[in-house]
Structure formats: structure tokens, C-alpha cells
Design a protein around this ligand. Structure first.
Ligand code: SF4
Length: 337
């Protein structure tokens, strides 16, 4: 396996696959309900990559150095036969880590089967424990109880520690982050507080709505002092902290105030087969067409390698230098964060 690096010497190591563009939530910062209504045309089964196509592409990405997979969406558990797909991806040689990001609403049904199929880790989105706040942040499609039930079924299935992702927006849920942190203290689970980002083109992002990680840290340290801890590996997305009293770990994902492009080893694949080299990429590369036009593995590997070796993305480092936020190539729900 020949390690493939980009223009900055960053290896391709992580592949984030959006296995489904549909979602049962309508989080305003990702899939605002006023745009994604009942009649919104999501990908049909023919437009979506099949399991065979996803497995083949993943095997090719592994040949150039990918060892970590993250399954995302939309909501990945809405994909038909998701358990079979997880089983096949988990069986690919050289895959060291297979994780999934989910809104947890379908975990009671799938958690045990995901574990048995070979899924290693789960990350669960939960923006607040305050019922009114949480519902306003998921488009009134779910309840705190439903997500906590999903978390329980994940624990019962043996997933631990869980990562809990919380997107923090000023004057929306920042007043509830301490309660969320408190809820998961003294558990093995790790809450990661995410700075609100200008992903896609639909969430009306402005800098004034951002609560910086430093501000979040001040809010949380007021209760229990925090201290930084070393990353688990180079390129880890979250900045790790632990409570000085030993009651657990939390993290901050600081794309806006402390960008981490320097170590970014993440490629992304949409459910329609678009290959992106950055979450904020202006355009992707279509891999579905060559796949379906009978291209050989070598031809597709040439496309994958060519795109990555020409990569020079560092959007988050450049964000504050833009006078006007540029238009993005893909919405969050198509690339899955
Ligand atoms: S902005 Fe793009 S290059 Fe920077 S860390 Fe995010 S995905 Fe990677």
C-alpha cells in the first residue's frame, strides 16, 4: 500500500462516507425544514451508490492509505441494509477504525446488530438536554428522551466510550452546555462541543453566532476546572480536556477560532459518489460515473490519487481572511460533517 500525500504532505488516512442523504431530523444549521420540506427530492436508490460500489470504492481508498472510516449521512441508519454494509466494510483488510455518527433515534433498533456486524465506535449528536432548546435545534422532529434511549441501547450493546457531539450556537443553546457536560461527567462518554461553522450555504452563518471554545471552556471551568490533555494521535479533530477532579473528559472542535487544517487527513464521499477533499470544498470529483462506465480499478485509483496529490485545502485557516463567505460545493447533509 503506497501512502498518498497532498501538496502539504498530509497523508490520506480518513474516509468519511455519507451513506444516506435523507434524515429524520431538520436541524436548522444543516437541513432547515423550510427548504427540506415533505416534497424535497432526495437521492433515489439508483442515484445513491450501491453497497457493492461503496465497498469497491472503499477498498480502492484503502490502497492509497485510508485506515479509518466514518459512516455519516443525513442519518446513516435510514439506509436500507445498513447492517450488511457495516459488516462488509468492517471486513476490508487494513481498516483499523470503523465509526458512525448518528442522531441516535434508530439505535434502539440497530445498536446490537451494528456491534455484531463489526462497528467499532459511535458518535451521537445531542445539542442540548433542555427539551425546548433541543427540539428547536432538530426541527421539532425528536425529543431528548428519544436520544437518551438511543444512548442507553448503544451502551447496552457494548459501545463505550461514546462521543457526544454538541453544536453550540450563541443565544440558542450556549446557556445549556454546562448541564450537558454535567450529565455525562462520571461516565466514560466524551462530550465534544463544536464551534458553529459555515458548512454549506443554507444555515445563514455569521461570526456573531459563534461561541468560541475559549468562551465555552470558561463557562464549563466555572463549575469544575479543566486541564488540557495530549491528543490521542496527530490530526485528532477535537482538543481534549479533562476535569481536574478526574470526573471525565470533554473536547472542543474549534474549526473557526483554532483551525486544524495542518493535520487534516480527511477525504469525504457523498452518497452520490462525489469525492471531496475538504468539508468546505468548492467542488467534488464524480466517482460514480467512472464506476458505472466500467472504469478499471487502476483508472479509478488514478482519479483518487490525482485529486488528493493536487489537494491544498485549508479553508478554516483562510476563513477569517474572506471579506465574503464563499459559496460551498456541498451542503452538510451531503458530506456528513
Ligand atoms: S477546513 Fe477542510 S482542510 Fe481544514 S480541517 Fe476542515 S476539512 Fe480539513
Amino acid at each position: 500500500m503506497k501512502q498518498l500525500n497532498d501538496k502539504f504532505g498530509r497523508p490520506i488516512r480518513d474516509l468519511r462516507i455519507s451513506v444516506m442523504d435523507k434524515c429524520n431530523f431538520r436541524c436548522p444549521y444543516c437541513m432547515p425544514a423550510e427548504i427540506f420540506g415533505e416534497d424535497y427530492m432526495f437521492l433515489n436508490n439508483k442515484e445513491m451508490l450501491s453497497d457493492d460500489e461503496l465497498v469497491r470504492l472503499t477498498e480502492l481508498f484503502v490502497q492509497v492509505g485510508v485506515t479509518k472510516l466514518r459512516l455519516t449521512g443525513g442519518e446513516p441508519l435510514l439506509r436500507p441494509n445498513i447492517i450488511d454494509l457495516v459488516r462488509r466494510l468492517a471486513a476490508i483488510p487494513h481498516i483499523e477504525d470503523l465509526a458512525m455518527t448518528t442522531n441516535a433515534s434508530h439505535l434502539p433498533k440497530h445498536a446490537a446488530a451494528l456491534r455484531e456486524a463489526g462497528l467499532h465506535r459511535l458518535t451521537i449528536s445531542l445539542d442540548s438536554l433542555d427539551e425546548q432548546v433541543f427540539q428547536s435545534m432538530n426541527g421539532y422532529k425528536s425529543t431528548v428522551a428519544e436520544v437518551l434511549k438511543g444512548i442507553k441501547s448503544a451502551e447496552n450493546a457494548g459501545f463505550s466510550p461514546l462521543k457526544i457531539n454538541c453544536v453550540v450556537k450563541k443565544n440558542v443553546n450556549d446557556h445549556t452546555i454546562a448541564a450537558l457536560a454535567r450529565h455525562f461527567r462520571d461516565t466514560p462518554h466524551i462530550v465534544r462541543f463544536i464551534e458553529y461553522m459555515d458548512v454549506g450555504n443554507l444555515n445563514g452563518w455569521v461570526m456573531d453566532d459563534v461561541v468560541s471554545a475559549d468562551q465555552m471552556q470558561d463557562i464549563l471551568s466555572a463549575e469544575i476546572p479543566l486541564e488540557p490533555i495530549a491528543p490521542n494521535y496527530a490530526g485528532e479533530v477535537a482538543r481534549r480536556f479533562r476535569y481536574r477532579d478526574g470526573s471525565g473528559e470533554i473536547g472542543f472542535i474549534t474549526s473557526v477560532t483554532k483551525p486544524f487544517c495542518g493535520n487534516c487527513t480527511r477525504a469525504r464521499l457523498s452518497a452520490a459518489g462525489e469525492y471531496y477533499t475538504c468539508l468546505f470544498g468548492l467542488r467534488g470529483t464524480d466517482l460514480r460515473a467512472p464506476l458505472r462506465d466500467g472504469a478499471s480499478d487502476e483508472e479509478i485509483l488514478d482519479i483518487i490519487s490525482g485529486v488528493w496529490s493536487r489537494r491544498s485545502d485549508r479553508y478554516s485557516e483562510l476563513r477569517t481572511s474572506f471579506t465574503k463567505i464563499p459559496r460551498k460545493g456541498a451542503e452538510m447533509y451531503r458530506l456528513g460533517g
